[in-house]
Design a protein around this ligand. Structure first.
Ligand code: ZN
Length: 156
C-alpha cells in the first residue's frame, strides 16, 4: 500500500524526516536539520573536531543537556569547545595578538591548553576543581564506578 504523500486539508506545506512526515512544528528538530550538518562540517573542516569523534558523540543527549544550562554557560561552552574565544591561538588567528604564548607557562595557548596548562597555579586550580566535582558527583549519588572513571580520566 502506498503512503499518501499529498497535502492535507488547508495544509500549505509539509516537512519530511526521512520516510516520516512531521505532524507538528518541532523547532529543535528543524534547527538541527537545517544547521546541524553545516555546523558539524565546519568543525571538521577547521580541525575543531576529528571526524571519528563526531561519530562518537551522542547528539540526542547533548541537546537536552545543553538546554538545561543557563544561556551564558551554554554560550561559554560552545565558544570554548569550538576554540572561538579569547585564547592565544585564536587571538593570533584574529590578528589581535602576535604570539599565542600562555601567560602562565609560555606554551602555545589553545582552549585545550587552558584546561591542561602545566603551570603550578593552573594545576592547583585543576585539583581544586576536581575535588569540587567529586563532592558534587557523590552528592548526586551517581554510580561510584561512573564518577571514579570520570575523575581518573580528568586527572590524566
Ligand atoms: Zn600554560
Amino acid at each position: 500500500m502506498d503512503r499518501y504523500q499529498g497535502t492535507l486539508f488547508r495544509e500549505g506545506w509539509k516537512i519530511w524526516n526521512g520516510q516520516h512526515k512531521l505532524t507538528n512544528l518541532d523547532k529543535h528538530y528543524l534547527h538541527e536539520a537545517i544547521h546541524g550538518p553545516r555546523v558539524k562540517d565546519w568543525w571538521i573542516r577547521h580541525g575543531r573536531i576529528q571526524p571519528e569523534a563526531m561519530q562518537q558523540i551522542d547528539w540526542a543527549l547533548v541537546g537536552p543537556a545543553m538546554r538545561r544550562m543557563t544561556f551564558p554557560r551554554r554560550k561559554w561552552l560552545t565558544k570554548h569547545v569550538s576554540a572561538n574565544c579569547g585564547v592565544g591561538e585564536t587571538l593570533v588567528q584574529w590578528g589581535v595578538l602576535i604570539d599565542a604564548d600562555c601567560p602562565r607557562c609560555g606554551e602555545s595557548e589553545s582552549t585545550e591548553h587552558v584546561i591542561r596548562c602545566p603551570s603550578p597555579s593552573a594545576k592547583e586550580q585543576w585539583k581544586k576543581s576536581l575535588t569540587k566535582l567529586e563532592k558534587w558527583m557523590k552528592k548526586l549519588t551517581a554510580l561510584p564506578q561512573m564518577w571514579s572513571a570520570i575523575l581518573v580520566n580528568l586527572e590524566r
